[in-house]
Design a protein around this ligand. Structure first.
Ligand code: F6P
Length: 543
């Protein structure tokens, strides 16, 4: 299939970027701009309601006249063309020759678009049906371990996109959990982590999900071997291992050789990248925890955001406006970071998921055609929940010289069923912080003065439930790809990470070679050791 490239005029795009850059620089970074008008002016949205969420841009530092420059940028970067091509399954991931159809995973019945081939829908529906069968068996207690006991713990092994999305969703939806089932996630290859997680588990009532699209990721492949041995050491016969193992992988052979039964291997299509994959088989622990109906509700919430993304004009398009806002802040402030602060403990893992989603997608320095980029791309995404973070790094957010744009995520309003009204206080804190960060605080003593001018977007969920969670994650997925397209990068590949996976294998081979040998064996010729690496290896081998 030919790679898709929209009709972009590079000169026009560069001119649009220059215009936005010049405006951004002329606004200065160090002092707050005049407050936004309280009424929308047609071009600069104050709030956008999308898929049940409210995205509030009123504390952003974008003057109304800059909006038309940003819209011209969206036009010149062909955001709408890229979006439409992605949704209809064109090969938008040029460097890997693939489509990017995570939206198809949440559209089994073609409600969003009927442009896709029936084979795609069939794969999606079939996978969902198989996930449902396994989940129903585990949740109802029909699925029994080797010693005849029902499953109490689901232990998910996977890393990166095969961990962060499902972990976020399971955490976020803990109130919807099946009463018997507990979830555990293991990504890191560090045995310390393995011991901490496995220590409290009974192998006889544990179901292990091994999620690795490729099965070539060393962390997951090794942890899977450790898990198999853990089951065997607990007295589970090799012939019965299948009662404790499920795999999510395209590498059927590797999964079967570990002892997973063919009917319990769920394939991953190559048209969905790891960090966009929680909506399909990788989301199996979510479905097990919350049940198929709630999982469907999560897909429906995401689909509703997809539909907003597909149809809303740029000025009212929440993901596009988030992307344009990021581009503006990067150009104006040059701080190189963006904070995400969920005022919701259940969304504790959101920053980690968004970090991978955005930084693995857009941390690139060449464009889709391999040409070097002329501007900085991906800011560092980071964050911790409020209010904890208020007692930590918020000092720097309020009074530091560098200005870091902030997304505050809020859930609910002022009514609270907690006897100590803690949810209300939580939200009061979020609103107070947003006000202080953006407006500042005048004081005669400079030590106590808050300069303000910190750009804040509030993303508001009326409740945290499967549908709003789905919409929130999809919102950020679309923001991510739009930002990538604005910069001209391919948001769907991750060659920077792939190299590390291969090199670690080579370095390990050198670690086990004879004490003095630091030159790479022939099989690992790709690895040229620099003197610093040689010396580190010699030192490690001397210990
Ligand atoms: O970290 C790089 C990466 O390729 C991610 O994109 C992916 O989500 C993760 O590794 C895990 O890959 P796999 O599912 O193939 O084990």
């Amino acid at each position: 299939m030919n790679a898709y490239f929209p009709p972009i005029d590079p000169l026009k795009l560069e001119a649009a970027w220059k215009a936005a850059d010049t405006l951004a620089k002329s606004c200065g970074g160090s002092s707050p701009l005049s407050p936004r008008p309280s009424e929308p002016d047609g071009e600069s949205p104050l709030t956008i309601d999308a898929a049940g969420l409210r995205v509030d841009f009123a504390r952003q530092q974008i003057p109304p006249h800059a909006q038309s420059a940003l819209h011209a940028l969206a036009e010149a970067a062909a955001l709408a063309n890229w979006r439409d091509a992605m949704l209809r399954g064109e090969t938008v991931n040029a460097s890997e020759g693939r489509a990017a159809l995570h939206t198809a995973l949440r559209d089994p019945n073609g409600e969003l678009t009927d442009d896709l081939p029936e084979s795609v829908r069939h794969t999606v529906r079939q996978t969902l049906a198989r996930m449902r069968t396994i989940s129903d068996q585990v949740r109802s207690g029909v699925w029994r371990g080797a010693s005849g006991r029902p499953i109490s713990d689901v232990f998910h092994l996977g890393i990166g996109g095969s961990q962060l999305g499902p972990e976020l969703a399971c955490d976020a939806l803990h109130r919807f959990s099946h009463p018997r089932l507990r979830n555990h996630f293991l990504g890191n290859i560090d045995p310390d982590r393995w011991h901490r997680v496995s220590r409290d588990l009974n192998p006889h009532t544990t179901l292990i999900i091994i999620a690795s699209k490729s099965w070539r990721t060393p962390e997951t492949a090794r942890n899977a071997q450790a898990a198999r041995q853990w089951l065997i050491d607990a007295g589970i016969a090799e012939g019965l291992l299948g009662r404790h193992l499920v795999a999510v992988s395209s590498n059927l052979e590797a999964a079967q050789s570990l002892g997973v039964l063919p009917e319990n291997i769920l394939a991953c299509p190559d048209w969905v990248g790891g960090r966009y994959s929680l909506w399909g088989a990788v989301g199996l622990p979510i479905m097990m925890q919350v049940g198929p109906e709630a999982f469907d509700a999560m897909l429906a919430g995401a689909r509703s955001m997809d539909s907003h993304f597909a149809r809303a004009p740029v000025s009212g398009n929440a993901p596009m406006q988030l992307a344009l806002t990021s581009a503006w802040n990067a150009a104006r402030l040059g701080s190189g970071t963006e904070a995400v602060i969920p005022y919701s403990d259940a969304l504790r893992r959101l920053p980690a998921h968004l970090q991978q989603l955005q930084m693995e997608s857009n941390g690139k320095s060449v464009d889709t055609r391999g040409e070097p980029l002329s501007r900085a791309t991906m800011p560092v995404v980071w964050g911790e929940p409020g209010t904890d973070s208020q007692h930590s790094f918020f000092q720097a957010l309020h009074q530091g010289v560098a200005i870091h744009p902030i997304d505050l995520i809020m859930v609910g309003g002022v009514s609270d069923t907690d006897p100590w009204l803690r949810s209300r206080v939580l939200n009061a804190n979020a609103v107070a912080q947003a006000q202080a960060l953006s407006n500042g605080y005048e004081h005669a003593d400079p030590q106590r003065r808050h300069p303000g001018g910190r750009p804040v977007t509030i993303i508001h969920l009326p409740q945290l439930n499967p549908a709003t969670l789905g919409a929130l994650i999809a919102l950020y997925e679309h923001k991510t790809v739009c930002l990538g397209w604005l910069w001209g990068v391919n948001p769907f590949d991750q060659w920077g990470v792939e190299l590390g996976k291969r090199l670690a294998v080579n370095v390990e081979a050198l670690m086990t070679a004879s004490t003095d040998q630091v030159a790479p064996p022939e099989a690992v010729a790709e690895l040229t050791l620099d003197p610093a690496t040689e010396s580190t290896l010699r030192y490690l081998k001397s210990l």
